[in-house]
Design a protein. Structure first.
Length: 215
């Protein structure tokens, strides 16, 4: 099923740190010709109204140009946060499929969420903060705009569309970037919930956001 019909964000709410729920006076989120344009000028997200469990999610993204605010000049940053329970805020309790130049595919556990990595280590994000699990075979990282991993870059060159896929089955999660398994974890907590797409200081485009229930 299409989470995003290509015409509008009717299946979603928007939330901005500055303006709150469903108030977007500066058009951070716009839809044009089947693509969601996220300006990145403010911190926030668009989030599904429904909660989901046991699914395969597929979406495409590409970076725009700008970086803004506290993230000006830093690596372009966004993400898909999932298994969201509780109130809307920046940022809600969730597991994150990190989308960030040089480290797309990392896990981040935010505001009390937890996940066990492939190495068997349990990672819990502190309340009001977050902890990460690096993607597989990740190289050195520099937080600068346009950065690419010199060892194992999974993203296509800037301006090209990338495919991200998430399999979320009973708290066992797999994250794929352009067809390659980037990360895997088990015993996610929470294990189900809403799904959001971030505005986090960088211009980004999303399209073809689809979700398929697992049998």
């Amino acid at each position: 099923m299409k989470l995003f019909d290509g015409k509008d964000l009717n299946g979603f709410d928007t939330f901005l740190k500055k303006d709150g729920l469903n108030s977007d006076p500066n058009h951070v989120f716009t839809v044009d010709h089947g693509v969601v344009h996220v300006s990145g000028t403010e911190m926030g997200y668009f989030i599904t109204k429904q909660e989901y469990s046991n699914y395969y999610l597929r979406a495409e993204f590409k970076w725009g140009e700008g970086t803004f605010g506290e993230r000006h000049g830093q690596a372009r940053d966004s993400g898909i946060l999932y298994n969201i329970q509780g109130e809307n805020k920046v940022w809600p309790r969730s597991v994150e499929f990190q989308i960030n130049e040089g480290c797309t595919g990392d896990f981040w556990m935010t505001d009390g969420a937890a996940l066990t990595g492939k190495d068997g280590k349990r990672v819990t994000g502190p309340e009001g903060s977050a902890m990460k699990i690096d993607r597989f075979d990740k190289g050195p990282y520099q937080n600068v705009t346009g950065y690419r991993d010199p060892v194992n870059e999974l993203e296509k060159p800037h301006g090209e569309w990338n495919v991200v896929e998430l399999v979320n089955r009973n708290g066992h999660v797999w994250q794929y970037v352009n067809g390659k398994l980037a990360n895997e974890g088990t015993d996610a907590s929470p294990a189900s919930g809403r799904i959001l797409f971030q505005a986090e200081g960088a211009e980004i485009y999303f399209r073809d956001i689809k979700l398929y229930p697992l049998k």
